[in-house]
Design a binder for this molecule. Structure first.
Ligand code: AMP
Ligand code: FE
Ligand code: FE
Ligand code: ZN
Length: 289
């Protein structure tokens, strides 16, 4: 059989990547990929642009990476990213939840900006909100850019280190979707879900195997095993867990353009795994270029 290359996790300028969706599919084809999933954070607005620019021979898997929260048995909450594929983006429950998140993210950002303004920092919370892009989720990166343009810090990294980190007095937590609800919502929208980089320990506390088992019972379809943030022992642990829980194992680069040093197609998913995902989904279809 010919070698088929599939990357199931990439970001465009519609979230925090640096390639537009059209550029991203061009880069994917040039890298010799046969299929690529567009999985912007919490949005599907890039899908049609990627489809319109799809090069001949490349298949686009419509997707998203949903910011979720999981409650461990200890009561501690852990931030979890859930990859969702081949769902209907117009599904009512999904649309309602995205509206809730959009509203809550905007008021959180306004409150963080108000705290900074009250401290004498040169930020106008109302102006910040008025200037936010309509179709992208409001987040700390927007606030970081204001701090840079006002000359308070040299770059976005310094803004996070000095003002926006979770240890800062200006920080407010997000109201992310409980991961169980997100799994239900995507299933209702005809899609499938894969837990993104579950053991990327460098990103903060990770979800425990017992919670992964609960999510599997809830309808989770797979685990992203081969990911640049996973070392060899995390990969073998996850593969074993996936075997026990009857979950599919995917591999993907989590490409962000020049925002990260990872190449598109650096990690890949076997064709039989993509076929199995597609077989279980009927909310939207892979688009063949
Ligand atoms: P929020 O969703 O508002 O909590 O912001 C989180 C987003 O900020 C993440 O998705 C990252 O893209 C970005 N971010 C987090 N930490 C940093 C950092 N140190 N430097 C640059 N961007 C960051
Ligand atoms: Fe990202
Ligand atoms: Fe992620
Ligand atoms: Zn990602």
């Amino acid at each position: 059989m010919v070698d088929v290359r599939i990357d199931l996790h990439t970001h465009s300028t519609r979230s925090d990547g640096t390639d537009t969706p059209a550029e991203l599919v061009t880069v994917a084809a040039r890298a010799g990929l046969d299929a690529v999933a567009l999985t912007d954070h919490d949005t599907t607005v890039g899908w049609h642009e990627a489809i319109d620019a799809l090069p001949r021979g490349l298949t686009l898997i419509p997707g998203a990476e949903l910011s979720c929260v999981s409650r461990e048995n200890s009561g501690r909450t852990v931030s979890v990213h859930l990859l969702a594929y081949l769902f209907d983006s117009r599904s009512p429950a999904l649309v309602t939840e995205q509206r809730r998140l959009r509203v809550e993210r905007r008021s959180r950002l306004h409150e963080m900006a108000a705290r900074m303004a009250a401290d004498g920092l040169p930020i106008d919370p109302d102006r910040l909100l008025a200037e936010l892009p309509e179709d992208a989720p409001a987040g700390r990166p927007h606030l970081a850019r204001v701090l840079v343009s006002e000359g308070l810090v040299a770059n976005v990294d310094e803004a996070f280190a000095g003002y926006l980190g979770s240890g800062s007095g200006y920080y407010l937590p997000r109201c992310d979707t409980p991961v169980e609800d997100a799994i239900d919502m995507i299933a209702e929208a005809g899609g499938v879900t894969v837990l993104a980089h579950p053991f990327a320990h460098s990103r903060g506390p990770s979800v425990s195997p017992s919670v992964i088992a609960e999510l599997a019972r809830r309808g989770l379809t797979g685990l992203e095993v081969d990911h640049p943030n996973h070392d060899a022992s995390s990969r073998s642990e996850l593969r074993e867990l996936a075997g026990e829980l009857d979950l599919l194992c995917t591999g993907s680069s989590d490409y962000h353009g020049t925002n990260k040093t990872i190449e598109i197609g650096q990690e890949t998913t076997p064709r039989r795994v993509l076929d199995a995902l597609a077989e279980r989904a009927d909310g939207s279809s892979p688009v063949v270029g």
